[in-house]
Design a protein. Structure first.
Length: 143
């Protein structure tokens, strides 16, 4: 039995739409990360960027289960002494829900050049409208 390995030149990419309305933020991020990596394809190769394009709509309607809205924080450091910044997720979801979805997906991808390239194929929108109708995206069906 031979193993088929994908080559970067032969990868065909499709566009998929994920609707995050009423679904947990993390569950939607897992689906998006899987599609971006290409793990749903039969010719998946871990060291080749063989994923698809993903459009996430209704990011503002994604839910955080439990008490994560008040207890979960986004933390980053400015690099200066005492420069730790904390923002509560209730504020992030109210002001920039696209950022919350991007950070969730980014945490599920590889921390190298391959993961950074895969993240460029993710488009996140707070509302139901997106500007990628020309690419003829398909709605991703739950499996």
């Amino acid at each position: 039995m031979s193993t088929t390995l994908a080559k970067k030149e032969t990868v065909s990419r499709k566009w998929y739409v994920l609707d995050a309305a009423g679904k947990p933020l993390g569950r939607t991020a897992v689906k998006a990360a899987t599609l971006l990596r290409g793990k749903h394809k039969t010719d998946y190769t871990p060291n080749v960027d063989c994923g698809d394009f993903v459009i996430v709509i209704n990011a503002s309607q994604a839910v955080l289960t439990g008490s994560k809205l008040t207890k979960k924080y986004y933390r980053h450091h400015s690099g200066w002494i005492g420069g730790l910044k904390e923002v509560q997720y209730s504020r992030i979801m109210a002001e920039k829900p696209e950022f919350a979805m991007m950070e969730a997906v980014k945490g599920m991808l590889a921390k190298n050049s391959l993961g950074r390239e895969q993240l460029t194929r993710l488009r996140v929108y707070a509302g139901a409208e997106h500007k990628h109708e020309a690419q003829k995206p398909e709605a991703w069906t739950e499996e």
